[in-house]
Design a protein around this ligand. Structure first.
Ligand code: FES
Length: 372
């Protein structure tokens, strides 16, 4: 059947067959395979959408695609030989068939694929969380359904046209479906964050589109270990709030890495989560650059140094992490060495333009934040 199907020259929408999915989906030559799959509710794992992380890799079994970025630095030699491609960076040029490693077609995974929407919004509240992180609350002209852990793209029409990506910093609240909250760290040279931090932007108009990402809480009873650094607090906070709302009984240890005491925030939120958490909950801030003679009595160093030390049953944990790539890469290594399988290590890496230098960004939908 495929011989005939793939032999034909077609210019219209092509049929995309995904192993394990009953019905093929349609994808035209201007649409990326990942976008078409998500549009039809097929939860292919992904994160950055710009060829910078490799999460969306799939094995092309038949058909032709046009590739928009260099995948060779993200995929292993073995994967390249086996014809893996980045689904977020490929458009079909014929009918195609591919398979996705570990494609999760459970109801839980499918429920996490939300309708992609664009909303106009107004900045309704601004709250400094630290000397360089602002909490920004946006009232949108309609709801944006999302799952805790996901992110949205934001831009300021007429001022800053390029989108920047930020994780939702609170769990979705059906009572306030038109409200979106983010934590935005000021990054030197980051045009959006500099604009935001430069003056009082209350009442400014912004545009949001989303939701994106597949970083989310997986159900289960295994203890959780969370790791975050900098504004990586936002999606972890949202996940934890969701777990509280779901009545999770599992134990959780959350290690938060910051430079100094003045970089700590959301401690009240963590205390509130601890008070409501049904199992055992520990929030452990770890400071890497706190002056030696300060009054800080908590852990000093890198969060990764404390993973095995603070979490006795580390091998049995499921991990949720968000932060800069070096921190996450080091943490992933520790978790793997402790015996946690890759299936149970979930993370959302910050990416900025420097991380995408080799990716030859081919579209204007980067999951490129100005986080840090
Ligand atoms: Fe495709 Fe990151 S989602 S490379």
């Amino acid at each position: 059947m495929f011989g005939k199907l793939f032999g034909k020259k077609k210019t219209g929408p092509h049929m995309v067959h995904i192993e394990g999915v009953a019905k093929p989906i349609e994808c035209d030559e201007k649409t990326f395979l990942l976008s078409a799959a998500l549009r039809d509710g097929i939860p292919i794992p992904y994160s950055c959408r710009v060829g910078g992380c490799g999460t969306c890799k799939v094995q092309l079994l038949e058909g032709k695609v046009k590739e928009f970025t260099d995948k060779t630095y993200l995929l292993s030699q073995e994967e390249l030989r086996a014809n893996y491609i980045l689904s977020c960076q490929c458009q079909p040029r014929s009918d195609v068939r591919f398979r996705v490693d570990g494609l999760d077609l459970s109801a839980e995974a499918q429920a996490s694929v939300h309708k992609l929407v664009t909303r106009q919004g107004v900045i309704k509240a601004l709250r400094p969380l630290t000397h360089d992180i602002l909490e920004i609350s946006i009232e949108m002209d309609g709801p944006m359904e999302y799952t805790a852990g996901e992110y949205a793209d934001m831009r300021v029409p007429g001022v800053l046209e390029e989108f920047r990506s930020y994780s939702f910093a609170a769990r979705p609240d059906p009572q306030r479906a038109n409200l979106a909250v983010f934590h935005i760290r000021k990054v030197p040279g980051g045009s959006f964050t500099e604009w935001l931090h430069q003056a009082d932007r209350l009442g400014a108009r912004v545009e949001l589109r989303g939701p994106f990402g597949d970083f989310r809480l997986r159900s289960g009873a295994a203890p959780m270990v969370c790791v975050a650094g900098g504004s990586g607090m936002a999606p972890i906070k949202a996940l934890l709030e969701q777990a509280v709302a779901d009545g999770a009984q599992r134990d959780c240890t959350y290690l938060f890495g910051a430079r100094t005491q003045k970089d700590l925030y959301c401690q009240d939120d963590m205390a509130q989560i601890a008070a409501q958490w049904k199992g055992k909950f520990r929030f452990i801030p770890v400071l890497s650059n706190e002056p030696e003679d300060s009054d800080w009595t908590g852990p000093r160093g890198l969060v990764t140094e404390f993973l095995s030390r603070e979490v006795a049953d580390l091998a049995t944990c499921h991990a949720y992490m968000c932060g800069p790539p070096p921190m996450l890469d080091a943490a992933i290594e520790v978790l793997k060495q402790a015996g946690i399988s890759a299936d149970h290590i979930h993370f959302d890496k910050f990416l900025d333009k420097s991380h995408l230098a080799k990716a030859q960004v081919a579209n204007n939908t980067p999951h490129v934040g100005e986080n840090g």
